[in-house]
Design a protein around this ligand. Structure first.
Ligand code: GTP
Ligand code: SPV
Ligand code: MN
Length: 642
């Protein structure tokens, strides 16, 4: 029986055309949010083009020059208070706070629903509620999951169209009775009432008062990484032997790429925290002695997959179909393949997913030709006759202005435009994960590359991965960031540690784990390592070590290469042999304080954060193996620094 609602006949008949098993939910949401109309996103491009045109007509989108970027390329500005993820307002609502763990904010589900019911009441008055289907993982993969996001933001719809396989959505959803549901409204963009909430038991998320990135794009971090992460945890806990098929087993905040070695392609997953180089490493070009090794892009933010039966390795896919990439620093030097994708969009992609959507760069009007500029692009700030430039706040500026592009300005684009896209990027099986890189921004401590002596040691170091803050999330401080996944592990971090420790039991041939750090700084604060294209030289050393061609040297933080094992001939910038030797070992002073710091951190994981624990979930005991590794680390540091 259809529940009693006050919805108009038009809205009722739109809802009635949805697959039956989702009608009640959509009706309930429409009844609460009270939109003027409900529109189903079909996945067909004409509808998206109409929305783009409407956004242009309203002034929300500025169409950029077709001769520069191809068709359907737009520029948008976010609200000035809505420029990044807000971890303080990201909440996991489980019955038991232990299931959310000490790193997540936790609210009782009923209490949170009560608060949200008030905020969502009538929030879509005067607006359209779009019913948006999406698919995480390639549509033909065994892990393809359809979901639905309700949103009042046409901007979100156009972004998702470029990133989340919308056109395959209804086909996949037809086969699924249980599906993830996300309700989103940009509301009034109030910072005070901004919430990004997850209800794992219901496979349901409600997010309000943001229209930007991870806060608003449901299939990405909210569902794709956090909720699927919980499913992957539960599946892998169920799994009793390697050949058992339990569904998706692993989801991580990792870029995915391959390096060509002639007779084989080595596949790397790179877990770096937000704004620490995933997109760059997945879309860069190897240089110098590595120049003949082509780098193939598969993904730039989130991977998912499982152990392949009879093979014993983890097979993973990019779970997205597009990128939401940082523009600051994007250049031919840093990630040439992304620049090529912008310069030479494929007509078939432009006619379907569309061109890039830029948000929060500098808008340039050069005698009527509109384009964008961002910092560290290698391009001088545009100036001259007939050129006007407006910063991300919409103010007319010149080259001397302090405020130009926003630090977390991004571009949304379909991955299909990237020229070195690996042909396996959307295949049904995924690719074998040979190497997992775990990194972060560490000015002093972490070597350029290191490898733990054992699996458990690798998990311990990864749990204690340190990183300095970036602009991807509001108000961060330097912190430990387990597997570069801290903002996205939606369950207890002790279970996450156990899950990682158990990988070899479920995956007999797990990836080799290396720790990397492109971000060591000298005493003046300058980066020491060239970075970017030079990073593949470091990865080549890793491949040689895998093949046991090179013996590495012991340090307390793992085995490290000798300087001569990394070829730095003809580096584009400045790293000298002495500097290379310096950044290949952990800094002794930093190492001394690291033992106590890590001890403090592990205690916080086990007992709750020392500061800022209010409102968070509850901790539980860490696996003993982590403490054993810590004791071993302590001893090695004592000997090394004696
Ligand atoms: P999210 O999309 O937030 O998850 O970030 P990401 O990990 O994909 O980061 P991205 O590749 O976009 O890089 C962020 C910033 O780091 C950019 O401004 C890059 O220029 C800079 N960066 C990337 N790689 C390197 C490197 O090797 N060295 C230095 N110094 N900077 C780098
Ligand atoms: C990140 O912050 O890790 C991102 C951008 O990839 S967002 O989609 O905003 O999460
Ligand atoms: Mn990310």
């Amino acid at each position: 029986m259809t529940p009693q609602t006050t919805l108009s006949d038009t809205i009722e008949s739109t809802i009635a055309s949805l697959p039956e098993h989702m009608q009640d939910w959509v009706r309930k949401e429409a009844d609460l949010c009270k939109p003027d109309s409900v529109e189903i996103i079909t996945g067909k491009v004409d509808q998206i083009i109409r929305l783009e045109n409407e956004l242009e007509a309203s002034g929300a989108y500025t169409r950029l020059d077709e001769d520069v970027y191809g068709k359907r390329c737009f520029y948008a500005r976010s609200d000035k208070n809505d420029v990044a993820r807000v971890e303080e307002r990201t909440v996991i609502c489980t019955d038991d706070p232990v299931d959310a763990g000490p790193l997540n904010f936790w609210v009782d589900p009923e209490e949170m629903h009560g608060k949200l019911d008030k905020l969502f009441d009538g929030v879509m008055k005067g607006r359209t509620m779009y019913v948006v289907p999406f698919v995480t993982n390639p549509a033909d993969s065994q892990f393809a999951t359809g979901g639905v996001q309700l949103t009042d933001s046409a901007n979100v719809v156009c972004n998702l169209y470029r990133m989340s396989n919308l056109h395959d959505g209804w086909r996949i959803l037809e086969k699924q009775t249980r599906f993830p549901r996300i309700t989103h409204s940009y509301g009034n963009l109030s910072k005070e009432d901004r919430w990004i909430t997850h209800f794992p038991k219901e496979l349901y998320c409600r997010t309000i008062n943001s229209d930007y990135g991870g806060n608003a794009l449901g299939p990405k971090k909210i569902f794709g990484l956090r909720l699927v992460g919980i499913q992957a945890l539960e599946n892998s806990q169920k799994k009793s032997q390697p050949d058992e098929d339990v569904g998706i087993e692993i989801v991580e905040h990792m870029a995915l790429f391959g390096i060509d070695y002639g007779d084989r392609r080595v596949h790397f997953g790179a877990a770096f925290p937000s704004m620490c180089g995933k997109t760059n490493i997945a879309t860069g070009v190897a240089e110098g002695p590595m120049a003949q090794h082509k780098v193939f892009t598969l993904g730039d933010d989130i991977i998912g997959g499982a152990t392949k039966k009879g093979d014993g390795r983890l097979y993973v896919n990019n779970i997205e179909a597009g990128m939401f990439g940082v523009t600051k620093g994007m250049s031919d030097f840093a990630n040439k393949m992304l620049m090529e994708a912008l310069r030479n969009p494929k007509p078939e992609v432009q006619d379907c997913e569309g061109g890039p959507i830029f948000t929060n760069q500098v808008l340039v009007d050069n005698n009527g030709s509109k384009r964008v500029w961002w910092s560290e692009s290698g391009e001088d700030f545009p100036q001259g006759d007939g050129i006007t430039t407006c910063n991300w706040l919409g103010e007319q500026i010149d080259a001397s202005a302090e405020e130009k592009d926003q630090k977390n300005a991004r571009v949304t684009m379909p991955i299909r435009n990237v020229p070195h896209l690996d042909s396996a990027y959307n295949n049904s099986d995924g690719v074998p994960l040979d190497v997992a890189l775990i990194g972060g921004r560490s000015s002093k401590l972490h070597p350029l590359i290191s490898r733990a002596r054992s699996w458990n040691e690798a998990v311990y170091h990864a749990l204690c991965q340190f990183s300095e803050p970036t602009a991807a999330a509001v108000g961060q401080k330097p912190r430990y960031d387990p597997m570069a996944n801290r903002p996205f592990i939606a369950f207890n971090v002790s279970d996450y540690a156990q899950k990682w420790l158990d990988i070899p039991k479920k995956t007999p041939k797990p990836p080799a784990v290396f720790s990397v750090n492109w971000f060591r700084r000298d005493d003046d604060g300058n980066f020491i390592w060239d970075g970017f294209g030079a990073n593949y030289r470091v990865l080549d050393a890793a491949v040689r070590q895998l093949d046991r061609k090179d013996a590495w040297v012991e340090t307390p933080i793992g085995l490290v290469p000798k300087p001569e094992q990394i070829d730095i001939s003809g580096l584009k910038y400045t790293t000298t042999n002495e500097q290379l030797a310096e950044i290949l070992v952990p800094d002794k002073e930093a190492l001394k304080s690291e033992v106590a710091n890590r001890e403090g951190w592990l205690n916080e994981l086990e007992n709750g954060l020392e500061t800022g624990s209010e409102g968070r979930g509850a901790p539980k005991k860490l696996p003993q193996a982590i403490w054993d590794e810590h004791e071993a680390f302590k001893k090695r540091v004592e000997e090394y620094t004696a």
